[in-house]
Design a protein around this ligand. Structure first.
Ligand SMILES: Nc1ncnc2c1ncn2[C@@H]1O[C@H](COP(=O)(O)OP(=O)(O)OP(=O)(O)O)[C@@H](O)[C@H]1O
Ligand SMILES: [Mg+2]
Length: 282
């Protein structure tokens, strides 16, 4: 990994690493480089100006069925393919189901688990059931965020994870919204502190315009929102990057698709939401 802070250069340059996309901004001739983690999701890195700035904790919010879990799987899988270990925290689904879901897109994570570079933290089963007994990282009381963080830290250290996805953080504070900000800040300190670049899935209701509540929205370094809207009797998927600390990004709402190979974003197209919905060239 390249180490750097601030450099003074005469001309801005672009560096392309093997795993990360590095960029130099020219501010009064003091050049700062942003190390990025490429999501590898077709079209998304373009609208993020190269990828997610390293160590950012990104809130991925959206209603039911908008593609949050698939996005998370794809983000981790793309990292694994280029040698970046990863951890998935399963709070919504059984780890066995997560493996099945991923394999449906051709993402077979089992060899990576055996190799010790991918881990699922089971914060779903509480260790109940035969299948759960085979899991290595089990949070016996998913209500206990402190315990979850301990298991997560262990999984990150064991695998050397660079990417983490938590699906979903909303589950952690559904019954106690007052703890939302504290929970997200705790996760952020741990995830960022251990050097990972992470996705926190945030569930919002179909009609909700926000991203998961003021506490978590401000705590997160980035917010990507996935939407599903009815246009002429058909559901259209779109994505908007609401904020991303440390980088310039597209301010447009872009259409995307879910295919058998995962998510494809169309950076050259924009979805306009108003009385009439239209998808048209930018
Ligand atoms: N192979 C596929 N091809 C096309 N679309 C698919 C495919 N598999 C799943 N989908 C779409 O993805 C949706 C599920 O996506 P996903 O599970 O990521 O949603 P989610 O945002 O995590 O929802 P929830 O909040 O309910 O967990 C399905 O409702 C379906 O529309
Ligand atoms: Mg989901």
């Amino acid at each position: 990994m390249v180490a750097f802070n601030l450099f003074i250069l005469k001309t801005p340059r672009l560096f392309l690493g093997t795993n990360n996309y590095l960029e130099i901004h020219n501010y009064n001739k003091v050049i700062s480089m942003v190390e990025r983690v490429k999501t590898g999701i077709p079209g998304l890195d373009e609208i993020l100006n190269g990828g997610i700035p390293k160590r950012n904790v990104v809130l991925l919010s959206g209603g039911p069925g908008t593609g949050k879990s698939i996005f998370s799987y794809q983000y981790l899988w793309n990292g694994l393919k280029q040698g970046e270990p990863a951890v998935f925290v399963a709070l919504e689904e059984h780890p066995v189901q997560v493996r099945i879901n991923m394999s449906q897109f051709g993402w077979d994570i089992r060899p990576y688990e055996r190799e010790g570079v991918f881990a699922i933290v089971d914060a779903f089963t509480s260790g109940i059931g035969e299948a759960a007994k085979k899991e290595r990282y089990v949070v016996t009381d998913p209500e206990d965020v402190g315990l979850l963080v301990d298991v997560l830290k262990q999984a990150i250290r064991d695998t050397g994870a660079v990417r983490v996805a938590v699906d979903s953080v909303s589950t952690l504070y559904l019954a106690k919204p007052a703890l939302a900000r504290r929970t997200v800040m705790l996760l952020k300190r741990v995830l960022s502190g251990l050097g990972t670049t992470s996705i926190l899935v945030s569930q919002v209701s179909v009609t909700e315009r926000g991203f998961g509540g003021p506490g978590v929205e401000h705590a997160a370094d980035g917010i990507i929102r996935l939407d599903l809207d009815e246009v002429d009797g058909e559901l259209v998927r779109s994505m908007i990057v609401w904020k991303m600390r440390g980088t310039r990004h597209s301010m447009k709402r872009h259409p995307f698709e879910i295919t058998d190979k995962g998510i494809i974003v169309y950076p050259e197209k924009v979805v306009r939401i108003g009385r009439a919905f239209r998808v048209e060239p930018v």
